[in-house]
Design a protein around this ligand. Structure first.
Ligand code: ZN
Length: 485
């Protein structure tokens, strides 16, 4: 018998395959970027060997909610993500994507599109296809699956964003979305909670989203209201999804403000009921604070506000808003104006809601990290190890197999990412080797970019991209184009 030969052999670990099934002992043989064999491969030869004894071998994690559109190009090592075991990021969430953009069309980058870049020159792609081609030609260390943002479509099609789109503008957005889906976008996101998309009516949303029906693709919604009017907002997202025959993804599901704390019991029941009629899933990050642009309407519902970025006052990043306001001799409201463009972290949620939503079977894990903030929310560096360490091992919210499923097999199936999210023969060799006993987030409010512990190795398309606490320099990520229905 000839000895089998692999490019990479991961030996002696416990495989958690991403389906939710129980772990089992197996070696993993990788050839030409794919998983070629599973089982007892003690007799095989390999160019490179990873000793995984005492470790878990799982599919690489899929970060279902990111704003990494431009981070992929400007920091292709993607350390914030790779260091957590993430091998695929879903970009273009909350209605904002780096493409398409009309060069010369507007000088100012409207909020919240400016979460991705402050300057018009940060948006060089006139079409979504051009953006994906660029990523194809300049791969990052992780894979990307890319959504198109409705607010970005508005910014390309409309001169003024403070009103509903006209029929001609809707036509224009449909053309841009069609081009994006044909080029390999995985779907459409909206963010009607933000002023730049707030005036969009249900008719505008359903008209734009209707393009999804012909091309496949998912509908991700940062819903209009995560506070007092959350049920209407959820129903609007369900409506849009139904009209477009598209699976719905409710982004970063949460309940904002003390008055709404505890209501996740009802929202989850409502979501379960909707999922009898249509496909619905959620994503969630494992923290009681949110983060987005700095806005006054969040102050009253937050118990604490930390400024994560200020373009005119970079020295204030990482400090509490009330402290900054005192220092500037302003009211907190006036300080919000003075600091713009700016980002912030808001303590607005209740721990019981976070845990209930995380544990819900329809929930996937998405960091919503802000890679361009100088003092980012710690979710950028900590989300996945925090779910596996704190919420799985310490709190016992779910089994390790269930936690891994929420990060791998479930999102791969929901986003229709072909041959991803499972440890199975013929699947892409996106893999993470970690220590279930020590995996932990270390990023905190005070030290938000601290690297997680317990991740041994991360493999992206068969290439070792992270090992011994550092990136290897590999850039083996790809654009993942979806399977079409
Ligand atoms: Zn959002």
């Amino acid at each position: 018998m000839t000895r089998e030969r692999f490019d990479l052999l991961i030996c002696g670990g416990w495989v958690i395959d991403g389906t939710g099934a129980d772990r089992y002992r197996a070696d993993v043989g990788v050839r030409e970027g794919r998983i070629a064999a599973l089982g007892d491969l003690a007799d095989a030869q390999a160019t490179q060997v990873i000793d995984a004894r005492g470790r878990i071998v799982a599919p690489g994690f899929i970060d279902t909610h990111t704003h990494d559109d431009r981070y992929l190009s400007i920091d292709p090592g993607m350390a914030a993500k790779l260091s957590q075991g993430v091998t695929t990021v879903v970009t273009g969430n909350c209605g904002i994507s780096q493409a398409p953009w009309r060069p010369g069309w507007r000088r100012e980058v409207p909020a919240p599109v400016n979460l991705l870049g402050n300057d018009a020159s940060d948006f060089p792609f006139a079409s979504f296809g051009a953006y994906l081609d660029h990523l194809d030609r300049h791969p990052a260390a992780v894979n990307a699956a890319c959504l198109v943002g409705h607010t970005s479509l508005r910014a390309a099609a409309m001169a003024d964003l403070d009103r509903p789109a006209t029929a001609t503008e809707i036509d224009h957005m449909q053309v841009l979305l069609r081009e994006a889906l044909q080029s390999g976008a995985i779907g459409l996101s909206t963010g009607t909670a933000y002023p730049a998309a707030m005036p969009a009516t249900l008719d505008e949303l359903t008209a734009v989203a209707s393009v999804l029906r012909d091309h496949g693709g998912l509908y991700a919604s940062h819903i209009r209201d995560e506070g007092d009017r959350i049920f209407e907002a959820l129903d609007e997202a369900f409506e849009v999804g139904k009209a477009a025959s598209a699976p719905v993804l409710i982004s970063h599901h949460k309940l904002i403000g003390p008055r709404n704390h505890g209501r996740s019991e009802q929202t989850l029941a409502h979501i379960t009921e909707a999922s009898q009629r249509q496909q619905v899933a959620l994503d969630c990050y494992p923290y009681v604070a949110g983060s987005t642009i700095l806005r006054k309407d969040r102050l009253a519902v937050s118990s604490r506000v930390i400024v994560s970025k200020s373009v005119p006052y970079p020295e204030y990043a990482g400090r509490d808003l009330h402290e900054i306001a005192q220092h500037m001799g302003l009211t907190p409201e006036d300080a919000v104006d003075a600091l713009q463009p700016a980002g912030a972290i808001y303590f607005i949620m209740d721990e019981a809601d976070v845990e209930r939503i995380l544990a819900y079977p329809g929930t996937m894990i998405g960091s919503d990290g802000m890679p361009h903030d100088p003092a980012p929310h710690p979710r950028l560096w900590g989300t996945f190890p925090r779910v596996l360490g704190h919420y799985c091992r310490v709190v016992g919210l779910f089994s390790l197999e269930q936690a891994v499923h929420k990060m791998t097999g479930k999102p791969a199936a929901y986003f229709r990412l072909p041959q991803r999210g499972r440890v199975a023969v013929h699947h892409a060799a996106d893999l993470v080797v970690f220590d279930a006993d020590t995996i932990a987030d270390t990023a905190t409010w005070a030290s938000p970019t601290s690297q997680a512990e317990g991740i041994d190795s991360v493999v992206v398309n068969g290439v070792v991209a992270w090992q011994a606490g550092a990136g290897t320099g590999a850039r083996s990520g790809r654009v993942i184009r979806p399977e079409r229905r």
